[in-house]
Ligand binder design. Structure first.
Ligand code: URA
Length: 436
């Protein structure tokens, strides 16, 4: 049975819409458009939108409501026009993970294979880092780019990673800040509309979503991650953005480096044809998805091996004022964590390592906090490695020695050594696409 639609005659009233959603009714398209616009313009109060977000948290949104909600969010700002870019545009969005430096590698890699990668990114909050914070560890690199520079860089260098301007989906900026303080972040329709409104406004032709699953990720359960991915893939298609998703594992940190400068250094290793296997596997899987969506028949592994991806990275960094040859900032203090016994490293908890890196200064607790470029954690061993008692397992880096104790607390119980080797799961778990 379909629920009757709320609203109807006369001007919408926020309290009526809150009651309607609270009672499980479907909001009309006109009411949703009014609500999102009026909230962005300050005509609906924060406390009313909080109540509505909580009602959505419990009652959800139908597919139709969600499509309208998302396009209304896009409509509160401008949608970039990338039609002047002479290559197919394709972007990637990750829901965030520990050691997830894939964007730094992927954008120049995919650009070196012939696509244009427009990537509007954010700063980190909490235990997962932000791409802009990582790139800002590079001396001279700047995150702000004007809309016309954005198109020029895409047309010449082939990739741009920069901060989103305030006029892209401004409703999301306001609503996300509200959700953050009202316990309403963890709602699949609200997450999906938040992420997709920004990506649709960015103007990309195609999008690959990296939905992380596991204890270091936003989505701990695979079923919830799959539902989020399916919802976003559908929203992309409804808004003219060809979208697919990969579910990837986030129980252990991706690669070995967790922090800012340390993640830049590891990204350069991969771009130069080396780097940790799990990071290379996830990056290549995402690159292949992006190139397929862009309609390009290219081999990204060859671009890593023959220096094309690295050349593209150097051009991307230099175009935004960065010096790709400058030494990266180093933290003043280093401490190692030794293996307490001999055996195989069975487990390394991504959340524990992410929290440790954050406490060392690599991340921020409030959005106005500064981050330390040099702070972070290097995982000197990864699950499956054989280790000897006393061998360093983790290297902790911080600008202030007073930060080590709390980082070490976070790591307590965060790894396990056993006599027998562990059975390791694959880093790429599942692909989500609309049926052909
Ligand atoms: N990231 C976003 O951009 N929005 C959300 O709601 C959650 C994560």
């Amino acid at each position: 049975m379909t629920e009757p639609e709320a609203g109807g005659q006369g001007a919408p009233d926020a309290v009526d819409l809150i009651r309607a959603k609270r009672d499980g009714r479907t909001l009309s398209a006109a009411d949703i458009r009014w609500l999102i616009g009026a909230y962005t313009d300050g005509l609906v109060a924060d406390e009313q939108m909080s109540a509505l977000a909580m009602a959505v948290y419990f009652r959800g949104l139908s597919a139709g409501e969600l499509a309208t909600w998302t396009s209304a969010m896009v409509g509160t700002g401008r949608r970039l026009d990338l039609s002047a870019v002479p290559a197919p545009t394709v972007d990637k969005h990750s829901t965030g993970g520990v050691g997830d430096k894939v964007s730094l590698i992927l954008a120049p890699l995919v650009a070196s294979c012939g696509a244009a990668v427009p990537q509007l990114s954010g700063r980190g909050l909490g235990h997962t880092g932000g791409t802009l914070d990582k790139l800002e560890a590079i001396p001279g690199w700047r995150a702000t780019v004007t809309a016309s520079e954005f198109v020029t860089l895409l047309s010449t260098v082939g990739c741009v990673i920069c901060a989103a301007s305030d006029d892209l989906a401004p409703a999301d900026r306001k609503l996300y800040a509200l959700r953050d303080v009202t316990g309403t972040v963890e709602s699949i329709p609200l997450i999906a509309s938040s992420i997709m409104s920004k990506k649709i406004a960015e103007g990309t032709d195609a999008l690959v979503l990296d939905v992380k699953v596991g204890r270091g990720a936003f989505m701990r359960e695979r079923a919830a991650a799959r539902e989020l991915a399916e919802t976003m893939v559908r929203l992309g298609a409804d808004n003219g953005v060809r979208t697919t998703a990969l579910l990837t594992a986030m129980d252990v940190p991706l690669g070995r480096a967790v922090g800012n400068a340390v993640e830049v250094a590891e990204s350069v290793e991969v771009l130069a044809g080396g780097g940790p296997e799990d990071l290379v596997t996830v990056t290549l899987a995402l690159a292949r998805e992006m190139l397929a969506l862009a309609g390009l028949d290219a081999d990204p592994a060859a671009a890593l091996a023959d220096g094309r991806a690295l050349a593209s990275y150097r051009a991307m960094i230099a175009a935004q004022g960065g010096d790709p040859d400058a030494p990266l900032p180093q933290a003043a203090h280093v401490r190692t964590v030794p293996a307490p016994e001999t055996g195989y490293l069975r487990d390394l908890d991504a959340l524990a390592v992410g929290t440790a890196a954050w406490r060392l200064g690599a991340g921020r607790a409030r959005k106005e906090d500064p981050v330390s470029a040099g702070a972070g954690v290097l995982c000197l061993a990864k699950p499956g490695d054989r280790v000897e008692r006393g061998q360093p397992l983790l290297e902790l880096r911080a600008d202030e020695p007073g930060r080590f104790d709390r980082a070490l607390d976070a790591l307590r119980g965060g790894f396990e050594i056993r006599p027998e080797p562990p059975v390791l799961g694959p880093p790429v778990l599942e692909r989500i696409a609309l049926p052909e």
